[in-house]
Every structure is written in C-alpha cells, then in structure tokens.
Design a protein around this ligand. Structure first.
Ligand SMILES: [Cu+2]
Length: 254
C-alpha cells in the first residue's frame, strides 16, 4: 500500500515537474517569399517539455505589432486542441517586410496547486521577407522580456540575451525559467531538474542563455504582482510571467 501511494504521489508530482508557459508558436519565424505569404500561429497554455496541455480561455488580448502599429487579432482565433487541451490557432498574412511581434495577454489562470493566479504575457517575433527591422521592439506590456539578441536568425549554441522588465523598469536578479518545446516528444531529461532550467538576470535585469539544440525555447521571467487577486474572497498571489518564444536553427555545417 505504501509503495502504491508513493508511486501515485510520484506520478502526481511528475505531471508538474515542468513549468507552465503561455505559448505562441508560429509555423515559421523567418518567412521568405518562397514560403508563401502567411504564417500559422498556435496559442496555448502548456507544459512544453512534457507535452501536457492546460486550458487556455479566450485571451484578453492577442495582437500583432509591426512598425509601431498594433492591431488586434482576437477575432481571428479559432478554437483548437493543443497538447490535448483547449487552445487556439490562427493564420496571419504577412503583407509587408519587417518584424511582426505577436503578443497574447491571457485571462488570469487560477492554479490551485500553487495557490495563486498566473498571467503569462506571451510573445514571439516573426521576420518577413528577409527584413529584420524592428527585431528589438518593446511592446510596453505590464511585464516583458525585451530582446538584446535578435529573437530569430540564431544558430543553436548561440546565446540569447534579454532584459526583464516590469512596469517598464528593469528587474535586477529576475528569475527566468527556460524550457524546450519538446514537440515530437523525443527529448528526455536525466533529471526533473532539467525539464525547466532556472537562471537569474544580473543586476541590470539582463539574462543570458545558450540553447544546446535547435528548436523552440521558451523564456519565462516570473514576478509577483503588487496587487493580490481574490479567490473565494481570499487574497491570493498573482504571478506575472513575461514569456518570449525564440527559435534556434541547426548549425549548417555537415
Ligand atoms: Cu501547469
């Protein structure tokens, strides 16, 4: 009996070994003429390494920003199953060259396991037609990772650097969780400690991470909101995540 309980407890724990991430994954993050003019985007709230879905309700906002102009794409979202749970997809036509920043503000998610609400301000950068203008765009979100490395056109093994901001100010020593999107499930971690890696920003709020393998990597800088939120008439902590999804390309040499 004891063995059974331990196994069950371990199984329950194993399902939450990784972190949850707001996710926006485009079908391509460097769109060329030959690729065609549109990109498919998949939105979810998931455990990307373990491939476990969570429910993403219709977000509060879903936008694209290009050359300083922000447009809502909320009406274009189609419900979809993502990692066996509720998410959304959409298709966006790239009319012009330059960097397009896609950003989602979800509704706060009540997470009983953490006794807290979670809101992940999530974004990803897509370059169109070989033009990287606008790659360092700051959207002015409540909390945001502003890229210091171009958030596309990276080789695997390159470092990615960003600055963590909350209310427009750099966050010294901000904690940043890093996780690989294990899309085909082929990656396995030798320890649960390696599903989500945790690093810290420096005194200026700048963090650095070198991706060991090509693919999508999620960076989530986590802070707690000053204002608590109410759950069943009780004050609960509200985790504010600044999430960015960055793709690393395989090194070209044979
Ligand atoms: Cu979760």
């Amino acid at each position: 009996m004891k063995t059974y309980l331990t196994a069950a407890a371990l199984a329950a724990f194993a399902t939450t070994a990784g972190a949850h991430y707001g996710m926006i994954i485009p079908s391509d993050n460097m769109v060329s003429q030959e690729d065609g003019r549109s990109v498919d985007l998949t939105l979810s709230f998931s455990h990307p390494f373990e491939g476990l879905g969570m429910v993403l309700e219709t977000p509060e906002a879903f936008t694209v920003t290009h050359e300083g102009e922000t447009m809502s794409l909320l009406d274009t979202l189609e419900p979809a199953q993502v990692m066996d749970d509720a998410g959304f997809t959409t298709e966006y036509r790239m009319e012009r060259p330059g960097t397009h920043v896609f950003a989602m503000t979800p509704k706060p998610y009540w997470e009983p396991e953490e006794d807290a609400f979670i809101t992940h301000f999530t974004k990803t950068y897509v370059s169109a037609y070989g033009d990287d203008e606008g790659w360092d765009t700051e959207l002015g979100l409540k909390t945001e990772i502003v890229p210091l490395s171009k958030p596309f056109a990276l080789w695997s093994g390159n470092v990615f650097q960003g600055i963590v901001k909350l209310d427009g100010e750099a966050v010294p020593y901000a904690e940043v969780e890093v996780e690989y999107y294990n899309e085909d499930g082929s990656a396995s971690a030798p320890s649960d400690l390696m599903i989500t890696q945790t690093i810290k920003a420096d005194a200026e709020g700048v963090f650095t991470y070198a991706a060991p393998t090509p693919g999508w990597w999620g960076f989530a800088a986590l802070n707690t909101a000053e204002e608590p939120m109410q759950h069943e008439s009780e004050d609960k902590a509200h985790e504010l995540g600044a999430v960015i999804w960055v793709h690393f390309e395989p090194w070209a040499a044979q």
